[in-house]
Design a protein around this ligand. Structure first.
Ligand SMILES: [Fe+2]
Length: 552
């Protein structure tokens, strides 16, 4: 047996993953345990901090003790980072390197063997989370994020033996991820956290400044790019929560330029590798609008994106990279449900402890479908939690897509901005009738055009530009979610349900039963479907909006 633990601790989204004999056994983000969104601040001072609870849980899930591990993959290589000669220089960058060098000693405080730690370059870890997880023997690999040790990008060629040849790596300070983060901050959102809000806002704007950004951001002929410093106030005043067309136009212009540059990078990579499949990871690969353009207009037949493309995914990537280097054949990732789960008895014990009324309907999928068809909002807690930022039918808020007002209602339930779209889930075999784009799409990493005939039937999930970020559900892989969708269709004629993550604004996704009960207790949802049980909120008159939460 070969057992490899993967750890991400360097910037933010600390996480752990366990790979045994090339199979992914467990993967989880520390935020789901600590209830602090993104786990920690991405500052050098926080580099020492480890995903302690995620590590402990991964070992427990695998039934392993620390000394059963053969190796620990740590998703940052301090040998590639700026030397810690003067730890205070360059905003304490040297301190980050120093802490990363000392990571084996920090891991020893958790009972782990410092001698088995292997450093995996940040972008190599991202890359492994893509090419070793995709169901493609070989692929072209594109990693784009804010930054790693000294680079912000990797273009590579992954071979059938699991190896990776690096073809290009763009050095800092040029960074598409940091460009987007700066824009996010300028628009009044939280940087390296709220970039998806900028992407949503972009669809409300026009790309008035596209030519300016074509000057500022350019691709080079060696597979990389340059990003000139941007005077953001020249395009729109900085925002503190009030947005005008100027902000939407700026967001739109940068978004468009990002898409163009990614397309150029993909074309270069295709020319160099001749591969049919592109695999992607890195925070920028969570930009589903850009991913769709790469799929539509790019040269590849297939595009596979790691659902945990942010830095949390490097824990899994580091473990897989090391497992492959140790000679294990890595099995493709079957789904994102790699986190914690509870059995029926445990869930019932939680409900009893909370002294809350609950039922066990004959069929939970039918009961939930009926509540949805009656226009109820349902908190859905089923099976193992998701690895990565998307709710994929394990920890979700569900609603009826036929009523446009349900978008507003869900944004109210969650206490978040009204321009944020919510997404549909649809049975895989019905998706092509309703949506145009890459299918199947099990991880919500692409946007699809909604066929005109369906736009009025499911208005809650159609974004202002006529698109939707869909999740296709396979009955073989997700029988319970598929049964709920079928039961909803039998009642309404619509095989689509609104799916958004089960959390309230600014908080990590619900992970354990206590989180679910707390969320249900404070948010105006009509029912909580937790395992085979259902908890219903008594009707107490008209709903009121949740009070707005600052900086949601
Ligand atoms: Fe990264």
């Amino acid at each position: 047996m070969t057992a490899v633990l993967g750890v991400n601790a360097v910037f933010h989204d600390p996480a752990a993953a366990l790979v045994v004999d090339g199979r992914i056994v467990a993967a989880a983000e520390e935020e789901r345990f600590s209830r602090r969104k993104h786990g920690k601040s991405p500052v050098p001072f926080a580099t020492w901090e480890l995903p302690e609870q995620a590590i402990a849980w991964c070992l427990e899930r695998g039934g392993l003790r620390p000394d059963d591990l053969d190796a620990i993959g740590y998703s940052y290589d301090p040998a590639l980072a700026p030397a810690p000669d003067d730890i205070t220089a360059d905003e304490w960058e040297g301190l980050r390197t120093l802490y990363a060098q000392r990571a084996p000693r920090f891991l020893a405080t958790l009972g782990l063997d410092p001698a088995i730690v292997r450093f995996v370059a940040h972008h190599v870890a991202h890359a492994a989370s893509a090419h070793l997880c995709a169901d493609a023997p070989s692929s072209a690999v594109l990693v784009v994020d804010g930054r790693g040790e000294r680079a912000s990008h990797l273009a590579g060629h992954a071979r059938a033996d699991g190896s990776l040849e690096i073809l290009a790596a763009q050095a800092l300070p040029h960074s598409l991820g940091l460009l987007y983060e700066e824009l996010t901050e300028h628009l009044g959102f939280r940087r390296s956290s709220d970039e998806y809000k900028v992407m949503a806002m972009a669809s409300y704007g026009t790309p008035r400044h596209l030519d300016a950004f074509r000057d500022l951001v350019r691709t080079t002929d060696d597979g990389g790019f340059t990003v000139a410093p941007v005077d953001w106030t020249a395009f729109a005043p900085s925002s503190e929560g009030e947005w005008t067309d100027a902000h939407a136009d700026l967001a739109c212009s940068v978004q468009r330029r990002l898409e163009e540059v990614l397309l150029d990078l993909a074309r270069w990579l295709h020319a160099r590798t001749g591969e049919a499949t592109l695999t992607m990871a890195g925070g920028v690969a969570l930009n589903c609008v850009a991913n769709s353009r790469i799929w539509r207009e790019g040269p590849f037949d297939a595009v596979w994106v790691q659902p945990a493309s942010g830095d949390s995914g490097t824990a899994l990537g580091a473990a897989l990279r090391v497992a492959s280097d140790l000679g294990d054949r890595v099995a493709p990732m079957a789904g994102a449900d790699l986190g914690r789960s509870w059995d029926e008895d445990e869930l019932e014990a939680w409900l009893r402890a909370a002294r809350i009324d609950y039922d066990r309907p004959a069929d939970i999928a039918e009961a939930v479908a009926q509540t949805l068809a009656d226009d109820g909002v349902v908190a859905w807690f089923q099976g193992a939690s998701e690895y990565g930022p998307r709710a994929l039918g394990r920890r979700s808020l569900l609603a009826d897509p036929r009523h446009a007002v349900n978008l507003e209602r869900l944004n109210d339930v969650k206490g978040r901005e009204q321009f944020r779209p919510v997404a549909p889930m649809v049975r895989e075999e019905r998706a092509a009738e309703i949506f145009d784009g890459p299918l199947p799409s099990p991880y919500m990493l692409f946007t699809h055009d909604v066929h005109p005939a369906w736009r009025e039937r499911i208005p809650a999930v159609v974004h202002v530009d006529g698109t939707a970020r869909i999740q296709t559900v396979s009955a073989a892989r997700e029988p319970l979610v598929a049964a709920m969708l079928s039961a909803f269709e039998r009642r309404t004629g619509v095989p689509v349900v609104v799916n958004t993550s089960l959390n309230t604004a600014g908080r990590p996704m619900v992970d354990d039963p206590r989180d679910a009960l707390e969320c249900f207790g404070s948010a105006p949802v009509d029912a909580l479907a937790i395992g085979p049980f259902i908890v219903r909120r008594p009707a107490l008159g008209p709903r009121a909006a949740t009070p707005a939460r600052a900086a949601a």
